[in-house]
Design a protein around this ligand. Structure first.
Ligand code: ATP
Length: 371
């Protein structure tokens, strides 16, 4: 499922050169983005980057200062929120405390003048969908946090909107419930064949639920791609650092040619080599993004002249059960992290604190970044 790769696909939601200003402050900066039908799309970025503003423009709670927001090809500017085929679920579920679960779900249907019989049928369908068949008669305070969250979800889906907007929907749940609910959300989205747009500042959440992620910074989109692409091929230090754990190694390009680039790093005596299709000029500054799980660690020095080696001393070991994180201090004082699965049988003796170690990686395991 990847409609974004089809040049003829019509986006369900399109932001076209959208700018949003609050006084002198530019919250969204000439942004263009397409979201397709049946996509689970995540807007990800630090607090204040403009995610919520973007989502609120789809809902109709904000209008762009300039540019267009299109739904199925139609400009939404000027269309009031209740006339848009979208619905928004908020972090604070905002259930009516005095109403039963069923009445909460029926609320929007009643406002839309759906006849009673049809309404009852829809409420039943929604309760079943979120696996709360037997809970229709309860009041919100008689439910767990996770169940309340599901009622809110059922309520926002009841009118069968084209797009469900989720604003940090799982923020109030504890970690375990949050993870479970993430899978429930993706199941639901696939079952319903709907388009979900989620705002989150939690990169793991975005990676788990989304088909594609837009990483934002200061009102701009820095990268739009699948979770795998964002993790494996970040376009800048900002994205690499925002998604997952990473070592950013400074370097200077020595010889660029073809897709093998040779560099020199102030962190290493050894030559640095990277296979990449990123172009970089000789003499320019660059960085390697190297994920800790791609770094090998050894007690033995490699043969002189071997590329991609950093020498240092084990500063700290974090034991995480399935894996361990070795924090290695280089002579320069910089720290590089290597993550080793604890099921890996070390050929040498176990590595411990203050050991002198050599870190290494293959040329295709680091990503070359020029910004
Ligand atoms: P968070 O994760 O904290 O919700 P966000 O990425 O969703 O952040 P937005 O809520 O979209 O960020 O806000 C983007 C920027 O616009 C922020 O700097 C915010 O202060 C500013 N902003 C949002 N709404 C208004 C408003 N009504 N008036 C003035 N500034 C605003």
């Amino acid at each position: 499922f990847s409609p974004w790769t089809d040049p003829d696909a019509v986006p369900l939601i399109r932001f076209e050169n959208v700018t949003k200003k609050y006084g002198d402050f530019t919250a969204i900066d000439n942004l263009t983005l397409n979201i397709y039908e049946r996509e689970f799309f995540a807007l990800l970025g630090p607090s204040g980057c403009g995610k919520t503003t973007l989502m609120r423009m789809v809902a109709g709670f904000e209008e762009p200062t300039s540019g267009k927001v299109l739904l199925a090809g139609k400009d939404l500017v000027g269309v009031p929120p209740y006339r848009r085929a979208v619905n928004m679920m908020f972090q604070s579920y905002a259930l009516f405390p005095h109403m039963s679960v069923a009445d909460n779900i029926a609320f929007g249907l009643k406002q839309a003048n759906m006849p009673k019989a049809e309404r009852d049928e829809r409420v039943k369908e929604m309760l079943k969908l979120v696996k709360l068949d037997k809970f229709g008669g309860r009041k919100p305070h008689q439910l767990s946090g996770g169940q309340r969250q599901r009622v809110a979800l059922a309520r926002s889906l009841a009118l069968k909107p084209k797009v469900l907007l989720l604003d940090e929907p799982l923020g109030a749940l504890d970690k375990k419930l949050r993870e479970e609910t993430q899978f429930e959300l993706t199941d639901l989205q696939v079952t319903l064949g709907m388009t979900f747009l989620i705002v989150t500042h939690d990169q793991e959440e975005a990676m788990t639920v989304a088909d594609r992620i837009a990483v934002m910074d200061h009102g701009k989109i820095i990268q739009v791609a699948t979770p795998g692409e964002i993790y494996e091929q970040p376009v800048s230090r900002y994205v690499a650092d925002f998604i997952g754990d990473v070592n950013i190694i400074p370097a200077k390009v020595e010889t660029a040619g073809g897709n093998a680039i040779k560099l020199k790093s102030p962190w290493s005596e050894s030559p640095i080599e990277v296979s990449t299709n990123v172009s970089a000029a000789n003499g320019s500054d660059a960085w390697l993004a190297l994920r800790p799980e791609k770094v090998g660690i050894s007690l033995q020095p490699p043969a002189p002249g071997t590329a991609n080696v950093l020498a240092g001393e084990v500063w700290d070991i974090g034991y995480l059960g399935d894996l361990s994180i070795y924090r290695v201090k280089l002579p320069s004082g910089d720290i590089v992290k290597a993550q080793i699965a604890n099921s890996t049988r070390l050929v040498e003796r176990p590595i411990t604190w203050e050991d002198k170690v050599w870190l290494s990686w293959a040329p295709e395991q680091a990503v070359l970044l020029t910004s």
